[in-house]
Design a protein around this ligand. Sequence first.
Ligand code: FAD
Length: 505
Amino acid sequence: MTAAGDLRSHYQVVVVGGGPVGSLTALELARSGIDVLVLEAEPHTTDVPKAGTIHARSIQLLTRRGHFAAPDVDAAAASTTFHYAGVWGLEITAPPGEGPAIAGIGQSDLERLFTAKLIELGTPVLKAAVVTGVDQDDAGATVTFTHEGLTRTATADWVVGADGARSIVRRSVCFTATETVPTAAALLGLAVLDDPAGAPRGWVRTDRGWTVLNVNPSGLSRIITFDLGGPHEDHRRPLTAAELQQTVDRFAGRPVPFRHARSLSRFSDYSRLVDDYRLGRVLLVGDAAHVHFPLGGQGLNLGIGDAIGLGWRLALVARGQAGPSVLDAYSRERHTCAAAVIANVADQRERMRIGADGDRLRHELDVLLRDRDRNRALGSAISAQSRPAPRALTHAGPGDFAANTVIETGTGVTDLIRLHAAAGNRGLLLCGNAPESARALVDTGWRERVAVVRARNLEADVLVRPDGVVAWSGVWGDGSELPARLAETFGGSAARARLTSAGTR
Ligand SMILES: Cc1cc2nc3c(=O)[nH]c(=O)nc-3n(C[C@H](O)[C@H](O)[C@H](O)COP(=O)(O)OP(=O)(O)OC[C@H]3O[C@@H](n4cnc5c(N)ncnc54)[C@H](O)[C@@H]3O)c2cc1C
């Protein structure tokens, strides 16, 4: 582990917060050769009873970036049943060749995985380093932190705030945000159930409230209660085992005794979404940028999308290859995704309310879930696959996610996920036509940013970003938008590229 004495005074990027999203963001940057420092307040990774549901799109992103093993491109579509507003029956489907629809992985395990990879790469991760402020000017940013009783500073070209819901980075730099007030109160804890077989399992609603028990017959069970009747009187008052026990018993309508309660906390349906994910040289990812009621297991998944959406772009900007406009594209895209999650979470909360309005909305939900198309559309939204990948890669347009596809290259047969993993943080230009001419275009300024691949089985050409999103598709030739899309996505000059490559066609 890194010692304070090993640190330098300046880094290209300082990531504040080494939780699951901060460690993934730092890893994305470090794998692109960026000089990163991670400052994390806690001395060790702790097993928090929070995220355990990793949705389909996150799995697809993590396989493309080489963090998870690549699935078999011939594998069938995978489906699983999930819940919406506590009602089971939502179908979540991952397309063929993309791996599972859901993976059950604890967020602490993800954090350990990403941190171990960072350490393997030699990236400094300073634990027990509590950031107290961030200042910036046009030239760079200064991060102030305390470590082993001393106040220290590190300067950086860029700072990423990945320091969770109470982000000091967000507050120091004065990011503005849109908020909604809390209307519900939830309690959370881990405990050993006296009678695991007799405890109410899963999402259970009574006339008084909801209990959600992930029953572990031989150890700690996760216990959550949802009171949709109003907010906490004092959300800062520490939760006691007695209050959790009394609330579970009241909502269940019978005693559900437990012992050894720990990791006790309160949360609510308060939501916050920053208006912009970038202010000058400071960017936000994960809960630092967005918080909401944890319904549908979407918060960490949003953060995974942020980390992967930011890493390759910030690497381009930190290397001086692209201007800050690519970071503004990050902000716009991720803001849209977070706003959609906050809206579906609010919809779920309304359907969970106790009383006539909640009953009516749950009845409507039952009808919706029985309609296959509407069910699938909702499942796609919860799993961040609202924009489905067209099955034929060459039918995909800008903004579509590029489906995993067999690619016959000049030297053999592979697939899109494996090409992504091999290309690292470079984009892919898959050429069904004129690969030499496309290579000449890319050589005019994008060679380090885009890998050109001969794709004999494609009828057209497709430019795919490192995060799997199509930036352009068509046939590269005179008048094509390809140079402009390359410049917009990866920085550089389309006009110079047109001039330089004109002679090679
Ligand atoms: C009950 C519950 C269940 C959930 N289930 C799911 C789920 O199934 N799926 C899902 O996608 N999401 C779920 N979530 C949401 C998920 O837990 C969060 O979205 C996730 O933790 C966000 O990760 P993060 O890295 O952005 O923030 P955090 O996990 O909060 O990490 C922030 C890190 O920054 C560090 N830090 C904070 N302040 C400082 C500082 N001043 N200096 C240095 N370091 C600092 C912290 O120590 C921490 O390590 C759930 C949440 C709850 C409450």
